[in-house]
Each structure stands twice: as structure tokens, then as C-alpha cells.
Design a protein around this ligand. Structure first.
Ligand SMILES: NC(=O)c1ccc[n+]([C@@H]2O[C@H](COP(=O)([O-])OP(=O)(O)OC[C@H]3O[C@@H](n4cnc5c(N)ncnc54)[C@H](O)[C@@H]3O)[C@@H](O)[C@H]2O)c1
Length: 303
């Protein structure tokens, strides 16, 4: 596949590297010539390092200083420009005359929805979100979102390409921040509150994450972790830590309170967010402990 990557900053350079490392062709464009020159060097170095091959073939990629030339003949366009709604929509308008009818345009936006990005544009049926995360040449997850008017073929072309690259596209609802950035903002907000209001040093906060939270969440996810804690215990803890203030919080609180009232307490009752009735309590505990040890061992190896 020939893929045009529009925007050669932090993410554009990383995404182009992932494409070339996956055996496809990347053409990279940016409005700032210096950014484009730096990106060309960075992509070359990243590919060499990731391949463990200092002088060998880089694969197919080049930079282009004209938008029209960059997207000419491309099978897919990835938009990775600054997080500015007007700039993104203006770019899509420009692309209308340059790209073929069968070329989808996937945005890497962190905060806008597909509806906001594409509504009433001529190519609105071909615009969707493919949200890669940093570093994109290493992390497999890519969130995919579509508007009601996004064509099925456009979604299939992008997800098919990502799978071929070895990525794991996950379809998520078209809501601001998708899933990744909603979690990111909640976690960042709490970290900043702890530093600003309680004067906790950054090292302590990051240590708590590295030695506990990141480890546990990597094994059982967030809702699975709640099942292991016990949903009744979480309800008691939550009521002493905070009280719901907004409608969304009230709805979230009643989700777990209702589960507890039905006896769905998590692992301890055999049903929580997930069912556990097929396995006994001890084997669940041991299997989780084994996975946690595995993650801790990997973390020791990289630190
Ligand atoms: N940085 C991250 O960790 C991260 C992670 C996921 C998603 N994102 C999203 O990816 C997108 C890019 O983020 P980034 O971190 O790479 O930003 P960046 O600032 O590093 O790069 C953005 C690039 O876009 C270029 N640009 C601006 N307008 C342009 C236009 N009309 N045509 C071509 N190039 C243009 C700029 O010159 C700049 O080089 C944003 O939507 C951002 O929200 C970023």
C-alpha cells in the first residue's frame, strides 16, 4: 500500500516509521520545510534502529514538499497535523480535489469526533479516526471511530491495512477523547492535583504507578481489576472518597451499586463485570499472581 502521511511531527514521523517497518510505502508531507527535513532524518534513524540494521535498506519512504504530490496515487491518507479543528477541516477540503474516490482519510485526532471533523464536507463519507498512540511504531493499539455517514468500505480499508501492519484496531464510539484520552485526562488530572494540592513529588507518584497500578492494570484491565477487588468494597471505598456531583457520575455510581445489590461482587461471587463461574477462586488467584510476576519480571528487565 502507498500511504500519504500528512503532518511530520512527533506522531507523523512515528506512524510513517511503522508503515515502512511493516513493509509498505510512506510519503510524508508537512507545511514546515524544516520539520520535514528533521522528520526525514528521524524516520531513517528509527527504521535503522528498529531493524537493528545500521547501513541496510531503509524500505520505501520519502518526504514531499507539495501536498498534491504527496497524496498523488496514495491508497490511504493519514492526517496527523496539529490538533486544530479548522486546520484539519481545511486540509480535507483541499484533499477533495487531489485524492481518488476510493481513498479513505483517517485522522489521528486526540480530542475531536468524526462528526466534528467531517460534517458537511464533500468527502465526509471517507473521513474517519484512526487514533495511533505514542510510540506508534511499537504500541499495537489503534482506536477506530466513525460517524453515522462514514462508508463501510473506508472503515474496512483502514482496519484491514492496520491488521496487515500487525496493529490491533479497536472500534470505539465517536466520543471526544475516544477511550485512551478519556483515561489519560483522568489520570493526568489526578496526578496534577496530587502535586499541586498535596505537594507530592513526581517521583513518588510515578513510583506508585510503576510498582503497582500499571502492573495490575496491564494484567486484568480496569474493570477486571475491580472484579478482583470486590465491587462491594469499591462502593464502600468510593462513598468515603467522593460523592457523585454530576449526572454522568451518578449514572456511573448506580451501575456498580446495582451490580452489588444483585450480588454481582466480582471474583468473590463468581460474577462481576466478567463471569468467573467456570474456575475456582484459588486457580483464578494463582493465574493472576503468575501473570503479575511475569509483568514485574519484564519491567525489571527493561528498567
Ligand atoms: N503527541 C502524541 O503523543 C499524540 C498521540 C496521539 C495522537 N496525537 C494527535 O496527533 C496529531 C499530531 O500530533 P503531534 O504530537 O504529532 O503534533 P506535532 O506538533 O508534533 O506535529 C504536527 C505537525 O503538523 C504540521 N501541520 C500543521 N498544519 C498542517 C497542514 N495544514 N498540513 C500539513 N502539516 C501541517 C505542523 O507543522 C507540525 O509539524 C494531533 O491531532 C494530536 O492530537 C498526538
Amino acid at each position: 500500500m502507498k500511504v500519504a502521511v500528512i503532518g511530520a511531527g512527533v506522531m507523523g514521523s512515528g506512524i510513517a516509521s511503522a508503515i515502512v517497518l511493516g513493509g509498505h510505502e510512506a510519503i510524508v508531507y508537512d507545511i514546515v520545510p524544516e520539520v520535514l527535513r528533521n522528520s526525514e532524518k528521524l524516520i531513517g534513524s528509527l527504521i535503522r534502529e528498529m531493524k537493528g540494521n545500521s547501513d541496510g535498506e531503509l524500505g520505501e519512504f520519502h518526504v514531499e514538499s507539495s501536498l498534491n504530490e504527496a497524496v498523488k496515487g496514495a491508497d490511504i491518507v493519514l492526517e496527523v497535523i496539529i490538533e486544530d479543528l479548522n486546520a484539519k477541516r481545511e486540509l480535507y477540503e483541499q484533499l477533495t480535489t487531489y485524492i481518488g474516490q476510493d481513498v479513505p482519510v483517517a485522522s489521528n485526532t486526540s480530542t475531536f469526533t468524526v462528526e466534528q471533523l467531517s460534517k458537511d464536507l464533500k468527502i465526509q463519507d471517507r473521513i474517519l479516526i484512526a487514533h495511533w498512540v505514542n510510540p506508534p511504531y511499537v504500541i499495537p493499539l489503534v482506536e477506530i471511530a466513525r460517524a453515522p455517514w462514514t462508508s463501510e468500505w473506508a472503515v474496512n480499508k483502514i482496519t484491514g491495512f492496520l491488521k496487515e501492519l500487525g496493529k490491533e484496531p479497536v472500534i470505539v464510539p465517536d466520543i471526544p477523547g475516544l477511550i485512551v484520552n478519556r483515561f489519560n485526562s483522568a489520570v493526568y488530572r489526578e496526578a496534577l492535583r496530587l502535586v499541586a494540592n498535596y505537594n507530592i513529588d513526581p517521583q513518588t507518584i510515578d513510583l506508585v504507578w510503576k510498582k503497582h497500578l500499571a502492573v495490575i492494570f496491564s494484567v486484568t484491565g480496569v474493570l477486571g481489576t475491580m472484579d478482583y477487588v470486590g465491587l462491594d468494597t469499591i462502593v464502600r471505598a468510593a462513598s468515603s472518597l467522593s460523592s457523585p456531583s454530576q449526572d454522568e457520575d451518578v449514572k456511573a455510581a448506580s451501575l456498580i451499586i446495582d451490580k452489588v445489590s444483585r450480588g454481582e461482587l466480582g471474583v468473590k461471587s463468581g460474577l462481576g463485570f466478567y463471569p468467573y463461574s467456570g474456575s475456582d477462586r484459588l486457580s483464578l488467584e494463582l493465574s493472576r499472581a503468575h501473570s503479575i510476576r511475569g509483568v514485574l519480571k519484564c519491567l525489571e528487565d527493561v528498567s
